[in-house]
Structures are given as C-alpha cells and as structure tokens.
Design a protein around this ligand. Structure first.
Ligand code: GLC
Length: 538
C-alpha cells in the first residue's frame, strides 16, 4: 500500500469488526466461562482472520442478571472475566497487533446493585434520586401504561419510598434519567475513564431508548391489546439524539474513536429512524447498525430492497454498517430457509456482507458457520428464556461456546462450559476449517484480505446492476478507475446474468471459478449459490 493510501485508511469505516460475546469465546482459567486472558490467547487467530477491531459485549462488574448488560460499576472488570491488569494487557497486545477495542456502553440503565441506584432508592430526598426515573403511582397502579421490552409493566414499586421506578428491561435494570444534568456529567466521566485508558470506542446499547417523554404520556396501544404497544413516548425521543451529539463531541476530543448505535426500529427496517442518529456523519454517531439484513428473507430482491432503502436514508456523509447476526438473535446460517445448502448460502451471505458498502460486523463463530444450539430447559441461562419457556427458549442458542477444535469442549474450556457446545463441534471447528481450502472460514479470510487490498471494496460507491428480481444480486463497487463486480446467486439454479455491455472481467474470488480466469463477456452463466467477484474493465 502506498503511504497516501495508508493515511486515508479509517479503521472503523474501511476495516472489519468482529463481535465477541466474552463468556463464550475462550476460557483461560478453567471455570467454564470465557475471559479476557482467553481473548488474549486468541489474538493470533483474530489477526489471521484479518479483522481491524473487536467489539466485546460488556465485561464490567455485574450481578449478571442480564449477563453484563446490568452494570454495577462501569470502572471495574467483573472478576469472572479477569482483572483490570488483564484488560490493559489485552488492550496493549491488541493494539500491537493492529486490532482496536470497542467496549459496550450501557447508558439506558444500570444494575439495581449499582451504588448509584442503591443511594437513589434510600429516600425521596436522596441526592441521587433524580438520577433514575421515579414516579408516584395512581391509586395503587403504576404511573402509566409503559411496558418493559421483556414483558409486563415497565414500573416497579419500591416499598420503602412508596414510588415506582422505571425499567425498560428487567426490574433489576433501572433506567437512568438522561434529563438530569448531574447524571449526564457523571456518566460522561465513566466514558472518559475508558477513553483515557486508550479504548477505541463504544457500541452504544439501546441508544434510542435512553430518553423518555417528559410528560409521561401513555403509549398508544393497537386493538386495545396492551402488549401491542407502540413505543412513541419511550423510544426515539429527541433527547436521545441530543445525548448522541454530546457523545460525538466527547469522542471528537480524542483521536480515531468510534461510536456505534444499537437502534432496533419497529417495524424492523425503519431505516429512516436509525439514520436520524447519524446526523450527517459529523455530529451524530459514526455508525448505526442496520438490522434489516438480519430481518430480510432469503431472496435477492428482498436484500436489494433493504440495502437500497438503507443507503437512500443515509444523511450526506453518513456511512452504513452491516451485520448478519448478534448475541440477541438467531445465528444467520439457521435463518436461511429450507435447511438446505446452508453452507453455500452462508458463503453468499458472507460475500454480500464483506463487499457491500459499509462496515461489516462479524459475530463470533459466524465465520465457521456455527449453528444455533439446542439448550434444554435445565440448561437455559438467559433470563428471557427462563421467563418465556417453552414459548420462547431465549437467546442462549446463539451464545454457545466457540468451537476451536475437536478436543473436549471444543478447546473452549478445560472445565464445565457455562452453556453446552453445539453437538457438531467435533466436525465444525476452526482447526478443521483451517485445513480445508474451500471452508467457510477460508472464504471469510479471503474476502477480508481482498476487501483490504482493493479500494472499491472498502470505500467505493455502490452501483447496482440488478435489482435481484431474477434471483441474482449484482453490483459494482467503484473508485476512480477501478471497478469490481460482485455477482451473487441466491437460488439453487443456474442463471444467466447479463451486463448492459460487453466487458472484460478477471475473477479475483469465487465459490465456483478459479481466480485469474479471464472473460470477455456480456452474458454469463452463474451457478447455483455462486458468489463471484471480478475486476472489470470496459
Ligand atoms: C441490548 C443488548 C441485550 C440486552 C439489552 C438490555 O439490546 O444487546 O443483550 O439484553 O440491550 O441491556
């Protein structure tokens, strides 16, 4: 790479981010739960994969009601994950390997065990009373009809002071009051603490939920059914965007830091709402997850529609980021329908993820095609699964231990794993796929390498060639003189693909063709579930 190119490499924009659920990545101390020393041990693997940064789900001190999304101290590492020294070692070693570290920042709520909440609960006159959202009930009922995202009222009565507090999730996760200036300042100091240590940015948990209606108006309900609540007064309030603007100001006072917003919209794919937080790419957060790929059905046209809607909604200067799975949803490989050709579909999806415009996020294990794992009632750990079993068995199935090798417990732990491994670990694991040139893992590695070495793939414009209607999604990525063509066949049938005019194409990566293959073509036969990337000239 020339030095000029190096200078304009923006890691969070042009690079690839890997998402680690730390309980399940690698256990180093044998207690059956993944930890920081485990991540350190696997830095070599991540370097080899070619990623630029890792987002690690929360590792702060926590009673673990929601496995770390209930924080009781933002400045401490929970002993289950290790110590602050371990964290500093990870940060240093990751940086030495050219890998950035993004922490999860949970602004909407703390744990009810956080000293702030304990003090806030002490009395109506507590100096921290207003740091949380407290309210009188009306004649023995909660203050209004707001529902928690996990079901039931979002209000919990505190017997001691006779008031209710708001919790958008579990009652052990009381909501912070982002209208209180003191809380605002104190919380920003928690973020500064990590930025000063050298952390490269934050994934902002449920950032569109943090502000609620000042007047506490009832949310409208559909068909008179309380569960069908429209979160008009509890989500996407203006103040959430204001806080996001302040976070951006804070990050701008450091070098090269990033913020990524988790913004689920209802209906899924309401990308205009998600895009509001990007505010022109300069004042808002750097990236907002677009979950529409996750909710899209396996169909080239459906993908085309959600991708174009997302790109069209981006404000000037805004940059997309794309994701196929995360710790809250089913693993992508099992969402592809019919349970057939899943490996091939996973390669098509990976090619899309890594060649479409925007920053790709890879959920740990996705690169080896890890499946959802059956977790029996007795083994369920997710509080959502416990509450709703058997209607909903929870999120554990996408959080099971990383499958490193065919040894006992897949090389994840020498102890008893906190969640069972998928039964296929002895045949589906990193070691085995490293040895197979055409494995999914090697496909990911090759794609990441290619993406890095070809400007159009990491920063080029996106010019669709088809709208996916005949099963093929094809698009150009283009910078200056260089053009790359990506052709993805979402169907199990051979298809004819046509360009508007004759072109020269050289295959650079393909599931069906040899690299270097040269073609002068206008019409081309594309195999079932083929993913091909060509360098193209007229
Ligand atoms: C986010 C997290 C999820 C957590 C919730 C509450 O959606 O991704 O795991 O349960 O926030 O913090």
């Amino acid at each position: 790479m020339s030095s000029q190119k190096k200078e304009s490499w923006i890691w969070w924009k042009h690079g690839v981010i890997y998402h680690i659920y730390p309980r399940s990545f690698q256990d180093a101390d044998g207690d059956g739960i993944g930890d920081i020393r485990g991540i350190i041990r696997r830095l070599g693997y991540l370097k080899e994969l070619g990623i630029d940064g890792i987002w690690i789900s929360p590792m702060y001190k926590s009673p673990m009601v929601d496995f770390g999304y209930d924080v009781s101290s933002y400045r401490e590492i929970d002993p289950v994950f290790g110590t602050m020294d371990d964290f500093m070692e990870l940060l240093g070693k990751a940086h030495d390997a050219g890998i950035r570290i993004i922490l999860d920042m949970i602004l909407n709520h703390t744990s009810n065990q956080h000293p702030w909440f304990i003090e806030s609960s002490e009395s109506l006159a507590s100096p921290k009373r207003n740091w949380y959202i407290w309210k009188e009930g009306t004649m023995g009922t909660p203050p209004n009809n707001w529902k928690s995202a996990v079901g039931g009222s979002a209000w919990n009565l505190d017997e001691q002071t006779g008031q209710y507090y708001l919790h958008s999730f579990f009652k052990e996760q009381p909501d912070l009051n982002w209208r209180d200036p003191e809380l605002h300042g104190v919380f920003f100091d928690e973020m500064k603490f990590w930025l000063d240590l050298g952390v490269d940015g934050f994934r902002l948990d449920v950032i569109n939920l943090i502000a609620k209606d000042k007047k506490f108006r009832n949310n409208p309900v559909l068909l008179g059914i309380p569960a069908l609540q429209q979160h008009v007064y509890t989500r996407n309030r203006k103040r959430s965007v204001t806080v996001v603007t302040k976070i951006r100001e804070l990050l701008n006072s450091y070098e090269n830091r990033v913020s990524i917003g988790e913004i689920y919209t209802h209906p899924p794919g309401d990308v205009k709402t998600a895009a509001r937080y990007l505010a022109g790419g300069e004042n808002g957060i750097h990236l907002a997850f677009d979950f529409s790929l996750i909710f899209s059905t396996w169909n080239a046209h459906a993908y085309y529609k959600s991708i174009t809607a997302w790109y069209a909604s981006l404000p000037e200067g805004g940059w997309p980021c794309n994701v196929l799975s995360n710790h809250d949803l089913l693993r992508s490989i099992d969402r592809f329908p019919w349970r057939t050709n899943r490996e091939e579909k996973a390669k098509v999806a990976a090619t899309l993820l890594l060649t479409m415009m925007g920053t790709p996020f890879i959920y740990y294990g996705e690169e080896i095609g890890m499946h959802n794992t059956h977790v029996s009632k007795k083994q369920i750990r997710d509080p959502l699964g416990k509450r709703y079993w058997p209607l909903f068995t929870g999120r554990d199935k996408a959080r099971t231990p990383m499958q490193w090798n065919p040894e006992p417990n897949g090389g994840f732990t020498t102890g008893k794993p906190w969640l069972p491994l998928n039964r296929d670990f002895s045949s589906r694991n990193v070691k085995q796929q490293e040895g197979e040139p055409y494995s999914l893992l090697n496909h990911y590695r090759n794609l990441i390498k290619l993406r890095r070495s070809h400007e159009p793939l990491h920063r080029g414009s996106w010019l669709p060639v088809t709208n996916g209607q005949r099963g093929i999604l094809a698009y150009f990525r283009k910078t200056g003189e260089e053009r790359m063509l990506v052709i993805l066949n979402f169907t199990g049938r051979q298809k004819t693909f046509s360009l508007p005019e004759h072109s020269y194409g050289k295959v650079v990566l393909s599931t069906h063709r040899s690299p270097g293959e040269f073609n002068y073509f206008q019409h081309m036969q594309i195999g079932a579930f083929e993913a091909t990337i060509c360098l193209v000239s007229e």
